[in-house]
Design a binder for this molecule. Structure first.
Ligand SMILES: Cc1cc2nc3c(=O)[nH]c(=O)nc-3n(C[C@H](O)[C@H](O)[C@H](O)COP(=O)(O)O)c2cc1C
Length: 403
């Protein structure tokens, strides 16, 4: 089989749903909803374009399950059925050409910026960076934990009702589920903290709630960190254990990433130079994960060549390749890889060249999100977009215009 043919093989998930090929567009927050978190025409347009691009699965940017806890000001929020018509249009427009649209469901926990009134987390451990932007979180009470679990389930059920063909729990990147997993952020002494089994309980109960509401045949995935890349935080060994637990529950797709706001390993930043320069940042870890589970594995972060993607699938190290930033530069890359038209994809770290700006570490998201906004206007992305121009626009919109 040629590398293109390898990527173009279908795959049947444990729940019985067949995914048309092995390319997944990983979640990229659109941060472009209308007021109140309503899915905008711009977001629907973006996914209509991505829907023509040939990916097996398109995972939405993180959708917030609670309007009181936003990761960014313009996130989509799904906590009840009031946006069901817009969600239905989103799913319908996107899935016309056979790609499956999954909703990524998230709660930011302590990574909720200050404009959120009530910031919660397993414990009151404040994010030690960007102190002006975040505040000390309030530890969740047990009844609130169960309410959040129920909330994740409710959001998933609404996604299913709207026609999304699957959901993904955001269990990575230092958000709430990942805060429960890490001993740096979870200091609890009740059944939600302490042992790994206790720390994993939140993720597992969310899975069970979603499964119970959406039924045996609905795809449920999770994105999880291979590690948080910080001393005393969620480690590789712990991640492998949690992957085993999730697989035993029946998880349909486990996506591996890594890092938090404190250490943005997911973008290949602050990793060892050899790891940054190599393709697929968490490639060593996925081999270890495969040894502990047969559950479908998706690896995201740094994939750039058809050859490396196909080899990893051929070697059965993983089942799906996850690609994010390059999709914001070329929405049709999956189709082009599968048709053999391209063998390499573009996209990766974006810098302005000005030290203090680049050190803040948000140009990777801001620049790619800007191109997603361009696509939301029905235009094609601009790979040559000036990072500096994007920075000034971002600074104006977020720091000055409202003051
Ligand atoms: C603009 C932007 C927004 C992102 N938003 C999310 C998100 O909402 N949820 C998530 O799990 N990952 C998010 N990510 C991380 C990506 O899914 C992915 O893990 C990361 O970009 C590395 O993959 P890549 O090298 O293929 O880009 C985002 C990345 C970018 C660039």
């Amino acid at each position: 089989m040629s590398p293109s043919q390898i990527l173009n093989q279908s795959f049947t998930l444990p729940c019985g749903v067949t995914i048309p090929n092995r390319i997944v567009k990983s979640a990229m927050s659109e941060n472009n909803a209308d007021s109140g978190g309503k899915p905008s025409d711009r977001i629907i347009k973006l996914y209509e374009t991505w829907g023509k691009g040939g990916a097996g699965v398109l995972i939405s940017g993180n959708v917030m399950m609670d309007s009181k806890a936003l990761g960014e000001e313009h996130n989509v929020v799904v906590e009840d059925e009031k946006y069901l018509p817009e969600l239905t249009r989103w799913a319908t427009e996107c899935q016309k050409n056979g790609s499956h649209l999954w909703m990524q469901i998230n709660h930011p926990g302590r990574q909720a910026p200050k404009f959120n009134k009530d910031v919660v987390s397993p414990s009151n451990v404040m994010l030690p960076i960007m102190k002006g932007m975040f505040k000390e979180p309030r530890p969740l009470e047990e009844t609130e934990i169960w309410k959040l679990i129920e909330g994740f389930g409710r959001t998933a059920l609404i996604a299913q009702k709207a026609g999304f063909k699957g959901v993904q729990i955001h269990g990575a990147h230092g958000y709430l589920v990942s805060q429960f997993l890490s001993t740096r952020t979870n200091l609890r002494t009740d059944k939600w903290g302490g042992s790994l089994e206790n720390r994993a309980r939140f993720a597992i109960e969310i899975y069970r709630n979603i499964r119970q509401k959406t039924g045996a045949n609905y795809p449920i995935g999770i994105k999880i960190n291979s590690a948080d890349f910080q001393r005393g935080a969620f480690s590789e060994e712990e991640s492998l254990e949690v992957i085993k637990m999730l697989a035993e529950e029946g998880m349909d797709m486990i996506e591996v990433s890594g890092g938090t706001y404190e250490k943005a390993a997911m973008m290949g930043r602050k990793l060892k130079k050899s790891t940054q320069e190599r393709e697929a940042y968490f490639a060593d870890f996925i081999v270890k994960a495969r040894k502990v589970t047969n559950a479908p594995l998706l690896l995201t972060g740094g994939f750039r060549t058809l050859e490396v993607m196909a080899k990893a699938i051929e070697n059965k190290e993983l089942d799906f390749v996850g690609i994010a930033r390059p999709f914001a530069v070329n929405p049709f890359l999956a189709k082009e890889l599968i048709e053999g038209k391209i063998t390499e994809i573009r996209g990766g770290n974006v810098d302005t060249g000005i030290g203090f700006i680049d050190k803040m570490g948000f140009m990777d998201t801001t620049w790619h999100a800007e191109n997603m906004k361009i696509m939301g206007k029905g235009k094609m992305p601009n790979p040559k977009l000036s990072p500096l121009k994007v920075f000034f626009k971002f600074a104006w919109e977020n720091m000055f215009s409202k003051k």
